[in-house]
Design a protein around this ligand. Structure first.
Ligand SMILES: CC(C)(COP(=O)(O)OP(=O)(O)OC[C@H]1O[C@@H](n2cnc3c(N)ncnc32)[C@H](O)[C@@H]1OP(=O)(O)O)[C@@H](O)C(=O)NCCC(=O)NCCS
Length: 190
């Protein structure tokens, strides 16, 4: 298996945000922060339909830590620098070191939407994916009806590649169509 070009940072700063890997002590604040985000998360992300208990969030953090150690997924909590509050989560998912590609994921708590935080966090994630990780392709995938997510991808310069039909079993249990956007080395970045 190929590996990252350089150690992957566990903490990064942008002008308004801190992005950092989960710590065990995050379970309670994360459990509280995600609650108001669940109605919109449950429209699009099947893994968020489980009950939001402290135990489920402890298990989520353990899984994030073991995936980080295995080199398959790198989740970063997004923290507002001004308040120290959890603003959301971004992640480098489905890392394929052989083919040097990944998929980005992101969400914000509702009170942190509309401030440019997602764009700011995703730009920082790109710096790691293209730098330390040395990946040559980044994909963003979202439900065809998820206008906000698609708008973010387009705003950040991701190129629409196509629509995968009946690609994902959505939170309501029905097969849904998925938009695919990407940036590739040599075209959208160097
Ligand atoms: C998808 C999601 C992360 C997008 O969040 P967002 O708030 O629209 O994106 P940003 O944080 O980048 O903010 C962009 C908005 O902030 C505005 N903004 C305000 N101040 C800004 C600033 N200082 N800098 C940049 N943008 C700013 C922008 O104009 C833009 O507004 P617009 O959408 O009306 O054009 C969010 O809607 C979400 O969490 N959705 C639910 C989960 C989800 O669907 N995740 C994706 C699954 S594929």
């Amino acid at each position: 298996m190929a590996s990252p070009k350089a150690p992957i940072p566990t903490q990064m700063h942008t002008s308004r945000l801190i992005l950092r890997a989960f710590e065990d002590a995050d379970a309670l604040p994360f459990h509280e922060a995600i609650e108001p985000a669940l109605p919109s998360l449950r429209k699009w992300i099947s893994s968020t339909t489980e009950q939001n208990t402290l135990q489920t969030q402890q298990a989520r953090i353990r899984k994030a830590q073991s995936d980080w150690a295995a080199g398959t997924r790198y989740n970063y909590l997004v923290i507002e620098r001004e308040t120290g509050c959890i603003a959301g989560l971004v992640g480098v998912f489905n890392v394929n070191w052989t083919n040097r590609n990944c998929t980005f994921g992101y969400w914000l708590v509702p009170s942190c939407e509309g401030k440019g935080y997602a764009a700011e966090a995703v730009r920082q994630l790109e710096a790691v994916a293209t730098g330390e990780m040395g990946l040559d392709r980044i994909a963003i995938m979202c439900d065809v009806r998820n206008e906000r997510s698609a708008r973010l991808a387009r705003k950040l310069g991701y190129v629409y590649e196509g629509t995968l039909r009946k690609e994902y079993v959505g939170p309501q249990g029905d097969l849904t169509d998925t938009l695919v956007f990407s940036k590739v080395r040599g075209e959208e970045y160097h």
